[in-house]
Each structure stands twice: as structure tokens, then as C-alpha cells.
Ligand binder design. Sequence first.
Ligand code: FAD
Length: 433
Amino acid sequence: CFCKLKGSIDDCSCSVDTVDYFNNMKIYPRVQSLLVRDYFRFYKVNLKQECPFWTDDSKCAIRYCHVQPCQEEDIPDGLKGDMLRNIHFNESPIDKYKASMQYNDCLHSAKDHNRELGYLNTTISSENYKDFELWQQYDDAQDNFCVKESSPGEYVDLLLNPERYTGYKGPSAHRIWRSIYKENCFRPENSPHNFIQSSKINGMCLEKRVFYRVISGLHASINIHLCSKYLLSSKDNLELVPGGRWGPNLQEFQIRFSPEATGGEGPNWLKNLYFTYLLELRALAKAAPYLEREEYYTGNKVQDKDTRLAINDILNIVKSFPDHFNESVMFTGGAEAQLLKEQFRQHFRNISRIMDCVGCDKCKLWGKLQTHGLGTALKILFSGKFDKWESTLHNFNRKKFFLERSEIVALINAFGRLSESIFELEKFRQMMR
Ligand code: FAD
């Protein structure tokens, strides 16, 4: 079977089998049960941001492209203030700093913060806020792999809007993928093709290969989801029948990934999925000391405690993985390496902007969330600030690195998507047997 991938994952020292076992037996069930918790379920996103590259694209009118809005009363109270509680309760300087940054965020989102103003600690002066804002801009400019949205957007309930087949295809979808590969991925020299051939990748340096592989892995993951949650019947009334409508479509999977249908490329794309998974896994391991300290505050004490226990359980397993992706061999060697790193970051930032051009809202939601999660992983791996995070924790200075709630939500959800793709791939293997 073409989807029984052999050998090790390119640019990593570990095998597909190792990842399959680790993910399917240990990670997947735990991450899925974590993602239904309120903290991870609500993601704030601006789906109305204008496409900065072209304006001539029409919106997808297919009903499955629609994103169901979130009801105000469904959003946990603690999220409406974006964890302002931290300001009141936490004592450590880093927590105070984080909390006040979140407060800043809220100031820009009048709709959200009103009900939580009672939590404000009045000892934080407006001078401090200005300072924090400056540092935030500094951090954004230096570390972020994603472009910040111009306005915070609205909460979306991810469970109400699962990633699955929507029918979005044709010129609009192709233009997005083409722009990503053609203009924003590093390309092998003299490559005339719109989409990059895997055989040409090996001639590129490690950093450029990594960039291509993570994008290709994300693309593979998105396409696996639409195959595994395919629209099996178009009769409207079946929507109410649980499981009666969406399910795996083996033929669709074969058309998208078999060597015959893809000029031999499909299995390479599937391997890139494993690569992207390993990269995000490493980011989680690296950020574990930080993530273990988060409050995961939603306002529900019991749930929040359970969430902390569940995430710590996952992080312990993540840390135990034997063959982590090694980011320390990238961007080494002086000024040229630094320049390459900056190009890498700028290319990825462009990709995050291209997501505003996706013509289907549901695809845009998940495209944005997954690039945000991947961008957060890259920030953890390459900003350098997590390298020394633990040792400098008590030696607080304001430049210290921190993650916003939306980054944590995107990171864990994006990882959950990759984890589910690897799990679904195993199901397709079984169906083919
Ligand atoms: P596409 O997937 O559009 O690919 C275009 C070309 O890219 C292929 O012909 C091939 O040469 C190359 N290619 C394909 N896969 C890879 C890979 N893994 N690595 C490298 N090169 C590759 N549709 C849904 O139904 N549900 C969704 O949730 C959804 N989300 C999307 C999110 C985004 C950001 C985008 C851009 C599209 C999304 N789509 C979604 C559409 C979907 O990804 C496809 O574009 C669409 O189904 C058309 O598929 P296609 O076979 O024409 O090839």
C-alpha cells in the first residue's frame, strides 16, 4: 500500500512506525479529549480581515463553507475578560506582566472586557501599560512568525465548526496553494513548476527544506481531513443523523495521495505530514516548562484544574518521545544564517497573510488556526527565548518571552489536527488492506 510509508522521516532521525505508535496509542486519544475543554474550544479570530494581495476573488457560497457563529452566553465568563484574573491573583512578576499584557489586549476589544473590569488591579499605572505596549510591539516585530490581526475578531466555537470537506476547490483554492508554494516557499533553483517536485528539495539547504516540508505537511493534513470527513450523502435531511453524512472516502484519498495519481509525489507529501508533526512535537517539548505553569483559566475551577492535569499528562508524554526534531542545527553560522532566519520568518508571515485570502470561511478558520499554531511552534523553536526560559524565570526582565492565550490555543489545536491526520491515515491503511 502506498500509504504504508517506509524508512525514516526526511531531515529527522526517526521512523514513521515510531511516530505511528507514539501518536496513535499515546498522544491522539489524550489530545482529542483535551481539545473539547472550554479553554481550547474557543478561538478568537478575525475572519473579516481583507485579503492584502488581491480583491477579485468571490466568496464561496457553498453552505459547508459557512462558519456557525458563537452565542455570547456560550463563551465561558473567564474568557470574556481574557484571563484578567491573573492580575488579581498571581504574585510573580512574570505572571503580572502577562496578565497586564492580556489586559492590553482587552482594551482593544471593548466587547469582551466590560464584564471583567472588576478584576483590575489599580496599582498598574498607565505608564506601565505604555511600556508593555512598546515591548509587545518589539516582541511582535522580532519573534512572531505570524502577522497580528488588525482587530481581535470574534470567538468561534471550534467544536461547532469541525474541519471537514467543504467543496472549496478550483481556481480560488489553487491560487492560495500556488501563492504559498510559488511566491512564499523557498524554491529549488530553476524550478519552472507551479508546485515543487520533491526530487528537487534535496538540493536545497536544510532550512529551506524544512520550510517546504512544514507547508507541504500542513497541506497534506488539510487534505487528509477532507478525505476522512467527506460528504458522503448530499441529502439535506441526513445532516441530523449522527455519523450518517460525513465519513472516510477512500477513493478521494487515493486520488489525492497515490503515486499513480500524483506523479509519484503523494507518499512524499504524506511523509511531510510526519515531519510537521515532529516539528510541532518538539516545540511542545521545548515550551513544556512554560505550558506547565499556565493557568488555563476559564472561570470554572474544577474544569481548569482538570485541564491543567490533562495538559501536564500530555506534556510528560511529549517529553518522553525518543527522537525529537533537532532545531539547534538550523540557522547556525554567522550573519548569513541570521539573514536566512529573517527570510524564513518573513516568508512564513506572508503565508499567514495569505490565509486572509481563502475564499471559504470554514477553510479560512482552520487555515488561520493551523498557520497560527505552526507560527507559534516556529517562534518557540527559533526565537531563542525559550532556549533559556527556565533558567531566567526568576530573573524577570520585561523583555521576557510569553505566549498569548490565542497562541496556546492555536498551538495545541494545530498539533491536534496533525495528530488526527496521522490517526486517520492509519484508518485508510486498514481500509486498503
Ligand atoms: P490541491 O490540494 O488544491 O493542491 C494543488 C496542487 O498542489 C496539487 O495539484 C499538487 O500539485 C500540489 N500538492 C497537493 N498536495 C500537496 C502537498 N501535501 N505538498 C506539496 N504539494 C501538494 N477543502 C475542504 O474541503 N475542507 C477544508 O477544510 C479545506 N481547507 C483548506 C484550507 C486552505 C488554507 C486551502 C488553501 C484550501 C483548503 N481546502 C479545503 C481546499 C483543498 O485543500 C484543495 O485545495 C481542494 O480540495 C482542491 O484539491 P486539488 O486536488 O485540486 O489539489
